[in-house]
Design a binder for this molecule. Structure first.
Ligand code: ADP
Ligand code: ASP
Ligand code: MG
Length: 440
């Protein structure tokens, strides 16, 4: 079976839903179809939630009414029959009654917020399933909350997902299309939770891994992974093939087309991931697989909201014990380090989760001297094939960056990644300069 995921813009309009109904059924093959919320819905739900957290009940109600009107109009344009429309209305009635319940709940906290934000995917999938029924498609809705589970560290438990989904599918064989929600899951307390923003991609690859799918296809609004961020740089172009390692670096380092963790389960189970354009289904897109091509420089991505921490040894420790102590502190606070550079007595690291920054800094101060951290930094990541015996790559990168101040450089950790740390104010300039310098 294949797993196909459609993002917000791909389901965001009634005519788009109609065209994806066509897309998923025309080859006649069975598939699991993962849907995001209609574009804008997750943001609207979060905005309602924000009002509630600020105690602005009336404001939340107004926002919920506006969202409801959006869905009402959507339904009238989607369904062709009285019964279809009635079914659609009953779904929207039920879920908006749930939203009213959340608006009335007191206290309103994180648990309620997670239930609120899940409604985007709950709505889109039920509305689409009712449309498939109206169209006579042999389909079934599989509630993600019945099989998608995460652990205490918010990590999906692939083994458990595999067992849960295997059991569900064994009970319901023979459907052509299985629909399910992206993004949402259950935590160890059994509560509704999620895989973080953009998490529907991750859902698709987790399902792909769990059922050892033939392929995972991520359908979005662009013709594959581009060589640079198309929102910032003009002359970008799609890359036809990427290895798992290259795609994982790009996703982790900010290529928004993929949730940062998407590649992990696919790579683990050797399931190819294909990126496709819903607006232009015949475009080749990008194939991500075990295979690599030997193109030297493939793509550039940027990861925002990075904090740099500068640590100097006070020589209270042996040189060989210093790094261990430093990393133990980050480990204790479950804070991943993205980039590291070292000199004889100093080490600089970057993090993107600053929840425990103060505690980390004070523990580091017990055995090291620290400079003030720099917030609002950006990691620019260049991905390609940088084999150790290849000359001239670093000079190309540095030449392109010759007019832009660089805080940190990391080269040689893998053969696929060169990372640069720059201040956020130089992000756009860096991406454009590298595009010009490396691709044209
Ligand atoms: P979806 O709603 O389908 O999940 P997203 O908005 O999350 O779609 O991701 C697609 C968007 O990612 C594109 O419209 C594009 O603007 C942005 N993007 C950022 N970097 C890249 C890149 N390197 N290649 C392609 N798209 C990218
Ligand atoms: N709807 C969720 C979001 O907007 C998940 C997704 O679209 O992938 O973040
Ligand atoms: Mg996305």
């Amino acid at each position: 079976m294949q797993v196909w995921k459609f993002g917000g813009t791909s389901v965001g309009k009634p005519e788009r839903m109609k065209s994806i109904r066509q897309l998923i059924t025309e080859d006649g093959k069975a598939k699991i179809v993962v849907l995001s919320a209609l574009s804008g819905s997750t943001n609207s739900l979060l905005s309602i939630s924000e009002s509630l957290l600020a105690g602005q009940i009336a404001e939340a109600q107004t926002k919920a009414q506006a969202l409801r009107s959006h869905y009402d109009l959507f339904l009238t344009e989607l369904y062709q029959t009285e019964q279809g429309l009635a079914k659609g209305k009953s779904i929207v009635d039920k879920e908006f009654a749930f939203i009213d319940g959340l608006i009335a709940s007191s206290p309103y906290g994180t648990k309620q917020e997670k239930e609120m934000v899940a409604l985007g995917e709950l709505l889109s999938t039920q509305i689409f399933e009712a449309y498939l029924q109206e169209e006579g498609v042999n389909s079934l809705l599989l509630p993600a909350l019945d099989f998608m589970v995460i652990d205490e560290d918010n990590e999906p438990i692939l083994k458990k997902i595999e067992e849960n989904l295997g059991a569900i599918l064994a009970k319901e064989p023979g459907k052509q299309i299985y629909i399910t929600q992206g993004f949402i899951c259950r935590n160890p307390q059994g509560e509704v939770d999620n895989l973080k923003r953009g998490g529907s991609d991750y859902t698709a690859s987790l399902i792909g891994g769990a059922i050892s799918a033939e392929e995972v296809q991520i359908w979005t609004d662009i013709d594959g992974m581009h060589n640079n961020d198309p929102r910032i740089v003009k002359n970008t172009f799609p890359i036809r093939e990427l290895s798992f390692a290259e795609a994982a670096e790009l996703a982790y380092f900010g290529a928004k087309i993929l949730h940062p963790s998407t590649i992990t389960p696919a790579k683990l189970k050797g399931v190819p991931v294909r990126l496709k354009n819903t607006m232009e289904p015949s475009a080749y897109g990008t194939l991500i697989s075990e295979k690599s091509t030997d193109i030297e420089i493939k793509a550039i991505a940027a990861k925002d909201n990075i904090t740099a921490i500068y640590i100097h040894s006070t020589r209270m420790l042996n040189a060989y014990g210093f790094l261990k102590r430093v990393f133990e502190v980050f480990e204790k606070y479950k804070t991943p380090v993205d980039m590291i550079t070292t000199s004889e007595v100093s080490v600089s690291v970057t993090i993107d989760q600053t929840t425990h920054l103060d505690s980390i800094m004070s523990e580091l101060r017990e055995f090291a001297e620290l400079e003030d951290p720099d917030n609002d930094q950006v990691i620019i990541c260049i991905v390609g094939n940088f084999w150790a015996d290849k000359e001239g790559i670093a000079i190309k990168v540095l030449n392109a960056m010759k007019n832009i101040p660089i805080r940190m450089i990391s080269y040689g950790a893998s053969e696929h990644n060169i990372s640069l740390l720059v201040d956020a104010k130089h992000k756009n300039e860096s991406l454009n300069a590298l595009n010009e310098g490396l691709f044209f």
